[in-house]
Design a protein around this ligand. Structure first.
Ligand code: HEM
Length: 496
């Protein structure tokens, strides 16, 4: 229908579409596989192109100024998501998640709850003891593995550490290792299979017959998640309600002192219609989002950053010297969060990691609330709009020798000095997206990256394994990860 309203010459240009099935490219499952093809189509057709996936046009924007016009100037129009897809519509509850909610009152309430109750800097500070606990645990696990001469799968250790942290913030308590592993298992199973399920969204009535087994697996994975998370939600709800009834009169005061976890904030959340509260299945979906959004992305970034520090020992040396300069003594075990404001080189290393290796090479697809013009073309309401995050951070017009890892570019006099990653004045890089849908967790993510990189470098000297040099090739696995996972020799620096 949109083709009738908008003749295809008004849409951004692209390869011709086949009737009915659309561009054959949709048959490929992951955007990552399409990335080089999309890049070559940009070279041919320009910075904004259209591909057809099924009946829906997919627009790809590769230029920083166009992304700025869309996400900042016309931000309110470009902040929507596409209508609930078949998978979420069939299996999950109507609310879904912040990420998938349409731009409107429900999205606003869910997002504001997360940002003001959990991700607010004062609340984040309340969880510093949890970060210290996870730091110790990670360091111990890495140390005992390196003592035994085994090369641990570092990225799995990072994932587990981030999971412990996010589980703590979600459920308000340390869970034992088995419980955390169980949550990690059901969450990762869904995440790693998500690529296989994408095809189910095309003509669900047909795929329900053609891909019966895939649909059954999807239902099973969702059921596994509910089986693991619902008992934890109920247990926390009991604690929260008991405290509520015990201290009825001064509950409000107690609430101020109580460190709220994500579940607590969801239990009494009022939805826009004023009366309804979230049901358990909806809370499960929001927990899934919280746990997944903050673990895989951060552990992927950690692996890329440490890989570069192993590959370039002079950068690691410079970083260690900076950290040493802010520590009170060489025996001090923890690089405390308070000193992280005094480490500009550390920040430069993290930013360079996110620029050169953004965990997501595309933002989550956006949609527009109404048909709108961009770059002389029409962006239609039924289209999915993708922004090429990696390409923005590799633009040679901004970044000198963009594919090299050079943290110095973020220091005084460099092209990235005082870069604003929220892109509110100009987009130079956008690892967290920009505008109204910008990742609400970016402050927490930056803190986690700075804290863990600083502590891991303070604790160990990271050296390449002889004959097994660091390989920076990429592969897609929900995020863009190292094709050959990082291996390193970890030599403890501090003798306790
Ligand atoms: C290095 C770590 C992280 C990276 C690179 C990252 C990146 C992103 C990106 C690119 C988006 C999509 C933006 C868009 O659609 O335009 C996003 C959305 C989101 N992220 Fe993150 N993220 C990270 C960590 C976190 C953390 C720690 C949390 C929370 C605990 C989080 C929660 C979310 C949520 C809820 C959304 C959906 C926002 C919305 O649609 O309004 N992320 N993130």
């Amino acid at each position: 229908i949109s083709t009738l309203i908008f003749p295809s010459n008004k849409l951004p240009p692209g390869p011709p579409a086949f009737p009915l099935i659309g561009n054959f490219l949709w048959l490929r499952t992951s955007l990552f596989e399409l990335e080089p093809i999309i890049r070559s189509l940009h070279a041919k057709f320009g910075p904004i192109i259209t591909l057809r996936f099924g009946s829906r046009p997919a627009i790809f924007v590769a230029e920083r100024s166009l992304a700025f016009q869309a996400l900042i100037h016309k931000g309110a129009v470009f902040a929507d998501r596409l209508k609930v897809d078949a998978i979420t519509g069939t299996l999950f509850t109507k609310i879904q998640t912040i990420n998938s909610a349409r731009y409107g009152p429900t999205w606003r309430i869910l997002r504001r709850n997360l940002t003001s109750q959990i991700l607010h800097p004062s609340r984040v500070k309340d969880y510093s003891h949890a970060r210290n606990w996870v730091r110790q645990m990670l360091a111990n696990r890495l140390e005992s593995a390196s003592d035994s001469g085994n090369h641990v799968k570092l990225v799995q250790e990072f994932q587990y550490a981030m999971f412990c942290l996010l589980v703590f913030m979600c459920f308000g308590d340390k869970l034992d290792q088995n419980q955390v592993k169980e949550i990690e298992r059901v969450e990762r199973a869904m995440l790693l299979n998500s690529g296989n399920f994408n095809t189910l969204n095309f003509w669900p009535n047909v795929t329900k017959i053609l891909f019966r087994k895939r649909w059954a697996k999807l239902s099973q994975l969702r059921k596994d998640q509910e089986d693991v998370l619902i008992p934890l939600i109920r247990a926390r709800k009991k604690i929260y309600r008991e405290r509520q009834s015990k201290a009825k009169e001064d509950f409000e005061n107690e609430k101020d002192r109580l460190v709220l976890c994500y579940i607590d904030t969801l239990l009494d959340l009022q939805l826009p219609d004023g009366s309804t509260k979230l049901v358990e299945e909806e809370i499960v979906s929001l927990c899934n989002e919280f746990l997944n959004a903050g673990t895989d992305t951060t552990s992927t970034a950690l692996e890329w950053i440490l890989a570069n520090l192993v590959k370039y020992p002079h950068i690691q040396g410079k970083l260690f010297t900076e950290i040493k300069g802010v520590m009170e003594s060489e025996e001090e075990e923890e690089v405390k969060e308070e000193v992280l404001q005094k480490t500009p080189y550390l920040k430069a290393v993290i930013l360079e990691g996110l620029r050169r290796h953004p965990p997501g090479h595309f933002v989550v697809p956006h949609a527009v609330t109404e048909d709108i013009e961009l770059g002389g073309h029409v962006i239609p309401k039924n289209g999915a709009i993708n922004f090429m995050v990696a390409d923005m951070g590799w633009d040679p017009e901004v970044w000198e020798d963009p594919m090299s890892f050079k943290p110095e570019r973020f220091l005084s006099g460099g092209e990235g000095e005082a870069v604003d990653i929220t892109g509110s004045k100009e987009i130079k890089m956008m690892p967290f997206g920009v505008g109204r849908r910008i990742c609400p967790g970016y402050g927490l993510a930056m803190l986690h990256l700075e804290y863990f990189v600083a502590n891991l470098i303070w604790k160990f000297e990271w050296k390449a394994v002889e004959g097994d040099e660091v390989d920076l090739s990429e592969k897609q696995q929900f995020t863009t990860v190292m094709k050959n996972p990082l291996k390193a020799n970890l030599i403890p620096r501090i003798k306790n």
